[in-house]
Design a protein around this ligand. Sequence first.
Ligand code: NOJ
Length: 768
Amino acid sequence: MSTQHKTSHFLFFTLLAVCTFSFIACTHQNSDDAQMNAFIDKLMAEMTLEEKIGQLNLPVGGDIVTGGVHSSLSMEDIRNGKVGGLFNLKGAQAIRDVQRIAVEQSRLGIPLLFGMDVIHGYETIFPLPLALSCSWDLQAIERSAQIAAREATADGICWTFSPMVDVCHDGRWGRISEGSGEDPYLGSRIAEAMVRGYQGASLADKQTMMACVKHFALYGAVEAGREYNNVYPDDFHAFNEYMQPYKAAVDAGAGSVMAAFNTVHGIPSSGNRWLLTDLLRDQWKFNGFVVSDYTGVQHLGDNGVSASHEQSNIQCIEAGLDMLMVGEDLDQLVAAVNEGRCSKLSIDNACRRILEAKYKLGLFDDPYRYCDTTLREQVILCDDHRAEARRIAGECMVLLKNDNNLLPLQKKGTIALIGPLADARNNMAGTWAVAAVTDKYKTVKEGMEDALRGTGARLLYAKGSNLMYDASQEAIATIFGHSIRDDRSVETMRQEALNIARQADVIVAVMGEASEMSGECASRVNIEMPDAQHDMLARLAQLGKPIVLVHFAGRPTVMNWESEHLPAILESWFGGSECADAIADVLFGDVNPSGKLSVQLPRHVGQYPFSYRAMRTSRPNEGGDFAKYSSCYADVSSKPLYPFGYGLSYTTFAYSDFYLTDTVMPLNGSVDVHVTVTNTGNRAGAEIVQLYIADRVAKGVRPYKELRGFERVELAAGESREVVFTLDADRMGYYEPYNLTWTMESGDVDVMVGANSAETEKRLLHVQ
Ligand code: NOJ
């Protein structure tokens, strides 16, 4: 048989197999759906209106505090079928006990959903989402979500309020720590990976949990970076800069969506019919359920668009909201339906969607399937999970500066370890680690001691300073009881540190933000190194010894002084439960850093909102310095201190053989972009190869540069690898003005490849 024949036979059978498989899968899906629908039809036929409304109710169920108002949960309400789910209750036994009340003591025995903010791990804590995104490693990110699901589901939880996919251009916003940075393309790929990780191939698998994409929509654009503030992107910018990760997560099959606190088009997201029904369900075909954020429905009153809880509840449910997190006065909906103020259909739809989620999670088959109290001992914080968390934490750190290859350090001589975060156990997990067991995590000091044990190297430690001079500010920065404040005088602490530093060959300063300086309601206008720590660093710098700054942060920090005066800076973010070991791995070269910034670091807080992916302006300013009548600042460069995509390695990489397979691409065709990367140093390392495009002329304004591809490549010393990206209209398009459809226009496009957004080489592509 000729090769051509073999190929066509192969193609034919492959196609046949794919079609048969799709047909079987589809038929199977249809029969699953039919079974589910029949089950729910029957159940709903038995439910009273009160019981249906009960399914919409999601009160707090435990002691974990994630909001200012605690709902009044009574077991009586559960018995009476007035509760659909609970959140913030930790522990398989505690959850089993409450589930038993719902299943065995309520009239219809409908099981409850148990949710939690499992944001970057359960008890094994992974790096903060912002840090995770700096790995650009989709497999690692997916794995982190999978492990989070394994642990949470072993402890009774079947629903996580994650991924948070809000694109953010403002480091003042404390919640930038919870997302994947500033870029919608990178954010979308990560959103998909997280959903895959949490939900696996099927929610019926009891080691997977339902994801909840949040905060829909546009929350990352809060004005001035102030928490709970309004957002103002117009539709064109909303779709081109913010919406894509939500859609990517929905397309990846996320089972639920959380409505944002902010308004969109002047209407609160929870009560926004255009957002929740027209866009999410009708256009995007989302078929899961929508939950409000914490007391989100009552905020219609704060926003001044509703005069009563009843009005807020009706508006939200009729807009397409299904479940109220810490809602109020749901009981009143009974009269509202009976008296015609609220449609019965909206209540039925919402109830059905909640029941569908329970069905898909297998709760009707076995309401206790997530409450195996022996499993938690085997799974949670197991060696395998901790090892993965350590490996992944190492991948997330970004080496910002390394003059004269100060890093990696050798395991010899005397090292002075200084800083209020160097031995602060409660600080290790970072914000949004509500299930963390912080006493089980090592401090940086312990991680370094373990790494140096038996080497003969000496590690001296001094705290050096408090977090900040102002005790009341420090109390806010450690608000959840994680205080590390020292009563000694500034001078005593300082002299102690200077004293050990004088004896050392190298100083490792572990400084930056405490865990609660980022996260919810942790907006700040000062995003520099806190004063007391800065002053300590400045005194250490006067000693003239080599200093490595290991920087903890949940947001981009302004580090002009540090960058000018210190030879080595490692942005470690918050690396999670295993980050002490991971930091030691990187400091001593057992791991070669490979993280790259998913958010650029500014020179001044006044640059915000700020993104490498800024839309073109009139009178552009190329260089960033002041030039009259150009878009710039008079007193600071408009460029970042460290650009998006930037990060160093202990090895070096060279790019070569960059070409496109064609210089012309038909609108419905594609071209491949080739580039070869070589590890030119003498140790193995990973490079994140980045592909950017810039559409020179389009109907709607386009960014100067936008990421449209990336690949993480691991290379042995001296090794080369060719990376190939395929460009087509899907990859290169944008939402065009007015009708907001995804479009690729003809014309010239610069295609750029490089190691970060500021250092790229370009080739011209003509699209026609
Ligand atoms: C409010 C936060 O905005 C949201 O992200 C979180 O999931 C809920 N609280 C529940 O804790």
